[in-house]
Design a protein. Structure first.
Length: 214
C-alpha cells in the first residue's frame, strides 16, 4: 500500500463518514438549504460553507494535527498488536472447546447473509453506544474522551479529535464485535458467511448515513 494512503484512504472509502461521496452530498444539501430556503446569495452561501473563521480556527488546526498524529499512532502502535484475525480464531477455538457438538443449520446463503448483516449492524451499533456512554459517565474514561468535546469550531475532521487511548478502546470494541460474530456464524453455519454491502459498505450503515444527512 502507498505509504501516504493512511492519510487519504478515509476520503475514498465509502465505509468512512468523511468519504468524499458523503462530504459532497452534505455540501450540496447545504448549498440548496442556503440558496433556496434561506434565500442567501451565492457569495453568502460560499462564505458560509467555506468560512476561514471555521476552517482555519485554532481548534480546526488542532483537528488537522490530531488527524495526522492519530493516523500514525493507529498504524504504528495500535495495529501492531491488535488483530481481529487472531481474536476471531481464538473465539472459534473457544467455541469448539466449550460446545462438544457443532450445530449445523441448513439455511440458504441469502438468509445467512441477511442475518449476519443485520446482527453485525445491531451489535456494532449497540456496543458503540455502550462504550460511548462509559466514556461520558466513568470519570477515568471521560478524562480521555473530553478531548473530543473540546472543539469550538466544527469541521468534518473533528470526528478524529480523539485521545489515542480512546482509539485503543474503540479498536478493542470493534475487534471484539467482529471476532464474536464472525466466529459464531462460521461455527453455526459453516464457511461462506458474508455481508450484504453496497460499494463495500454494510447496507445498514449506508442507510443510516443517508438518513442522517436527509
Amino acid at each position: 500500500m502507498d505509504n501516504f494512503a493512511i492519510f487519504y484512504e478515509n476520503f475514498l472509502d465509502p465505509r468512512k463518514r468523511i468519504c468524499l461521496l458523503y462530504l459532497g452530498s452534505a455540501l450540496f444539501i447545504s448549498f440548496v438549504w442556503l440558496l433556496v430556503l434561506k434565500r442567501s446569495t451565492i457569495k453568502e452561501t460560499i462564505e458560509n460553507c467555506f468560512s476561514r473563521q471555521i476552517w482555519w480556527s485554532t481548534t480546526a488546526r488542532q483537528d488537522y494535527l490530531l488527524f495526522f498524529l492519530n493516523k500514525l499512532f493507529s498504524v504504528f502502535v495500535a495495529n501492531a498488536w491488535l488483530s481481529s484475525t487472531v481474536a476471531t480464531f481464538a473465539v472459534f477455538e473457544w467455541l469448539h472447546a466449550v460446545i462438544p457438538f457443532r450445530p449445523s443449520l441448513e439455511l440458504s446463503p441469502a438468509l445467512v447473509m441477511t442475518l449476519f448483516t443485520l446482527c453485525l449492524f445491531i451489535f456494532d451499533d449497540v456496543t458503540k453506544y455502550v462504550v460511548h456512554w462509559m466514556l461520558h459517565n466513568i470519570p477515568c474514561l471521560w478524562a480521555f474522551h473530553k478531548v473530543h468535546h473540546s472543539a469550538v469550531s466544527l469541521t468534518p475532521l473533528t470526528i478524529f479529535r480523539t485521545h489515542p487511548i480512546e482509539i485503543l478502546i474503540f479498536s478493542l470494541r470493534s475487534i471484539a464485535v467482529r471476532a464474536i460474530l464472525i466466529a459464531s456464524f462460521i461455527f453455526i453455519f459453516g464457511e461462506g458467511v458474508d455481508l450484504i454491502t453496497v460499494l463495500g459498505v454494510n447496507i445498514g450503515f449506508l442507510y443510516f448515513i443517508c438518513w442522517v444527512q436527509i
